[in-house]
Design a protein around this ligand. Structure first.
Ligand code: F6R
Length: 587
C-alpha cells in the first residue's frame, strides 16, 4: 500500500527522500508528495503520477532543508488527485503528516473537527491526523502524538514533521521502522526506504511512538513510558533491488528464478528442524495466505497429504474468520506471505494466536511483521521482489513446501538444493521464452483465457489466471479440468482460448480427453506439457520430471512469461499494474 519515509540528519533531505520513494514505489504509485521543514517553515510539493514524473514536474529533489517526510499513495479514501496526495497539513500549516493504513473513525472525527471550525482540503481519512496533531500541539511532541493516537481507530503508521524541526512517527497495526544512520535518522514503512544509507534498523512495536528532535531519538509507548527497542542489523542483500540488465523488474524476477529456486531449497538446518518439529507435533494443521501465496498453500496441502500423510486445511486469509473457527491450542497455522505484511494474513494469525495455536511462517521479507511474530519461520531467500506480480516468491514458496514435505516424509521427495526441479526450472526459462514471446504477439487481441488443469495443476491454473488478470488485464479463469463438463464447457465455442496444463503424469490422459472435448466445440488450445500431442494448436514444451509432484514449480514459469509478454503486447506496464500495490496492508 502506501509508503512513508521521514529523514532528519545532516544531509540534504529531499534527494534522499525522493530516492527512498522510488525504491518503495512498488507499495503504491498513484501520487507522490514531500514536505520539508526549513528555517521554521513548512513547504509541501505533491501531485499525481509516478515518483520520477512528479519529481520532474515539481522539482521535489531541489527542495532545500535537512528535515523532511515523503509518501507514495495507493488510494483508499478519495480519488487520485493532487489534493488527496500526502503529505497533509492542517489549518495553521505548521505540521505535515504522511500516513499508511486506514482511519476507521475518520468520518466522526472529521465532523467533530469541522464543527470546531477546521477546514479540510482533501477527501482522505488521513487528513484528520494532521488536524488532531494541530489541536493537541503543545511544547511536548510526545504528548501531541499520544493524544492524537488515542483518538484514532483503525490501522496506521504515520510520520509527522513539525515546524520546529522535530519528526515523530507512530505505529498501530502497520509497520514502521527507524533507520539509524551515521549522520541522521530515517523513519520508514520498509527497510528498503533507507537500506542504501544504513543497515541498522529499529523495528517499532505496535503502539510505539518515536520522536526525533535536535539532540536524540526516543521511543515511547502510547502511555508515554520510554521503551527500549533493539537495533537490528539488516542484511545488505535486501537492498539489491535494481533491474540490472532487464527492462522491467518482472522480467528480471522471472529470470532470477534460475537461482532463487535453489536458494529457497537451501535452508538453514536448525530453522528447518524446528519448523518441522512444530509441524509434526500438531494435531491439526491449517495453511493460510492471500493471492499467489494462497495458491502455493493449495499445493503444499496436496503434497503434505500425499507424501507425509499430514492432513491440512487451506484457508484464504481474507476468509480466516470462518476458516479458522475450529482452531485450538493443538493446532498449527502455516502462514505463507512474500511481504509478511499482508493485513489479511496478519489478521488470520491474530485469530489463530487468540485460540492458542502456534504460528509457522514462510516469508520472503525476513524482517516483516509476520516473520517477527511467528514461532518459527523459513525464508524463501529470493531477494527483494519489486514487480507487483509475485513470480520468484511463488516458486520459492513451492520449493520450500517441497523441502518441508521431504523432511517430514523421510526424504521421499528428494527436494534439497540439488532437486530435479532446480535444473528444470532453469532450463524452462530458456526453452520457452522465444515461443511465448512470439505467441503473445499473436494473441494481443485476446480478452478471455481459460486455464485448465487437474490435481496439482489446478492451483497452477488459478495462479496462471491471476498473473494474466493482473499483468495483461485479460479476463482469465482457472478451471479444474475435471469440472469442465459440470458447467464451464458451456463457455467453449469457436476461438475460445484455452491453456491446458497436461504434463506427462497421472493426469495426462484425462487432460487430453478434455482437450478433445474443447476442440470439438471450436476452441483453440495451447498445451503446456513435456508430451507433444496433435490436439494442441500451440505447444509450449517443458522439461520432463521424474518426480511428477515437481511439475507445478516448472509449469508455472511459462505462464508467468505469457502474462508478462501479453502485458507488453497490450501496452500495459507489467511492473505497475493499474489499481494494485505490492503489499496489501489494509483489509
Ligand atoms: C499476485 C500477487 C498477490 C499477492 C498477495 C499476497 O501476483 O502478488 O496476489 O500474492 O497480495 O501477498 P503476500 O504474499 O505478500 O502476502
Amino acid at each position: 500500500m502506501c509508503s512513508i519515509i521521514g529523514y532528519k540528519g545532516r544531509q540534504s533531505a529531499a534527494p534522499i527522500i525522493v530516492d527512498s520513494l522510488k525504491r518503495m514505489e512498488y507499495r503504491g504509485y498513484d501520487s507522490v508528495g514531500v514536505a520539508m521543514i526549513k528555517d521554521g517553515s513548512l513547504m509541501v510539493r505533491k501531485g499525481t503520477g509516478k515518483v520520477a514524473e512528479v519529481n520532474q514536474n515539481l522539482g521535489i529533489s531541489d527542495m532545500s532543508g535537512l528535515i523532511g517526510i515523503g509518501h507514495t499513495r495507493w488510494a483508499t479514501h478519495g480519488g487520485v488527485t493532487d489534493s488527496n496526495a500526502h503529505p497533509h497539513s492542517a489549518c495553521k500549516n505548521n505540521i505535515a503528516v504522511v500516513h499508511n493504513g486506514i482511519i476507521e473513525n475518520y468520518k466522526e472525527l472529521k465532523e467533530e473537527l469541522i464543527a470546531q471550525g477546521h477546514v479540510f482540503s482533501s477527501e482522505t481519512d488521513s487528513e484528520v491526523i494532521a488536524h488532531l496533531l494541530e489541536i493537541h500541539h503543545g511544547s511536548d511532541v510526545k504528548k501531541t502524538v499520544i493524544q492524537t493516537c488515542k483518538r484514532l481507530r483503525g490501522s496506521y503508521a504515520f510520520v509527522a514533521a513539525f515546524q520546529d524541526g522535530t519528526i515523530a512517527g507512530a505505529r498501530y497495526e502497520e509497520p514502521l521502522i527507524i533507520g539509524v544512520g551515521n549522520d541522521g535518522y530515517f523513519v520508514s514503512s520498509d527497510v528498503l526506504g533507507f537500506l542504501q544509507h544504513t543497515d541498522k534498523a529499529i523495528f517499532l512495536d505496535n503502539c510505539d511512538i518515536a520522536v526525533i528532535d535536535n539532540t536524540k531519538m526516543e521511543i515511547f509507548d502510547f502511555d508515554g513510558v520510554p521503551v527500549a527497542r533493539p537495533i537490528t542489523q539488516v542484511a545488505w542483500e535486501l537492498g539489491e533491488a535494481d533491474k540490472g540488465k532487464y527492462a522491467q523488474y518482472t522480467l528480471k524476477e522471472i529470470n532470477d528464478q534460475r537461482l532463487t529456486i535453489a536458494n529457497a531449497a537451501r535452508q538453514d538446518k536448525s530453522a528447518m528442524a524446528k519448523f518441522c518439529e512444530i509441524l509434526g507435533n500438531a494435531k491439526s494443521v491449517y495453511i493460510t495466505g492471500s493471492g499467489t501465496s494462497y495458491h502455493s498453500a493449495l499445493i503444499f496441502k496436496q503434497i503434505l497429504a500425499r507424501f507425509a500423510k499430514v492432513r491440512a486445511e487451506t484457508v484464504m486469509s481474507s476468509e480466516a474468520q470462518d476458516g479458522l473457527a475450529a482452531i485450538d491450542s493443538d493446532s498449527v497455522v502455516i502462514a505463507i506471505s512474500q511481504s509478511g505484511e499482508t493485513a489479511d494474513v496478519l489478521a488470520a494469525i491474530k485469530t489463530a494466536r487468540a485460540q492458542g495455536a502456534k504460528v509457522l511462517a514462510i516469508v520472503n521479507v525476513t524482517t516483516s511483521s509476520l516473520a517477527r511474530s511467528s514461532d518459527c519461520f523459513l525464508s524463501t531467500n529470493c531477494g527483494p521482489e519489486i514487480g507487483v506480480a509475485a513470480t520468484k516468491s511463488f516458486t520459492g514458496q513451492l520449493a520450500l513446501a517441497y523441502a518441508v514435505t521431504d523432511r517430514l516424509a523421510g526424504g521421499a521427495l528428494k527436494a534439497g538444493e540439488q532437486a530435479e526441479f532446480v535444473a528444470a526450472a532453469e532450463k524452462v526459462i530458456s526453452m520457452c521464452q522465444p515461443a511465448i514471446e512470439k505467441m503473445a504477439g499473436e494473441l494481443s487481441d485476446v480478452n478471455d483465457i481459460y486455464l485448465l488443469g487437474r490435481s496439482a495443476h489446478y492451483p497452477i491454473a488459478l495462479e496462471g489466471a491471476l498473473k494474466l488478470k493482473e499483468l495483461a488485464y485479460v479476463h482469465a479463469e482457472g478451471v479444474a479440468a475435471g469440472e469442465l463438463k459440470h458447467g464451464p464447457l458451456a463457455l467453449m465455442e469457436k476461438n475460445t482460448l484455452v491453456v491446458m496444463l497436461s504434463p506427462d503424469d497421472a493426469t495426462h490422459s484425462d487432460s487430453i480427453s478434455n482437450a478433445h472435448e474443447i476442440k470439438a466445440r471450436g476452441a483453440t488450445v495451447i498445451g503446456i506439457s513435456d508430451a507433444k500431442d496433435e490436439i494442441y494448436d500451440h505447444f509450449i514444451e517443458i522439461p520432463h520430471m521424474e518426480q511428477e509432484a515437481f511439475y507445478p514449480i516448472v509449469e508455472v514459469i511459462p505462464l508467468q512469461m505469457l502474462a508478462y509478454y501479453l502485458a507488453l503486447a497490450k501496452n500495459a506496464d507489467p511492473d505497475y499494474p493499474r489499481n494494485l500495490a505490492k503489499s496489501v496492508t489494509v483489509k
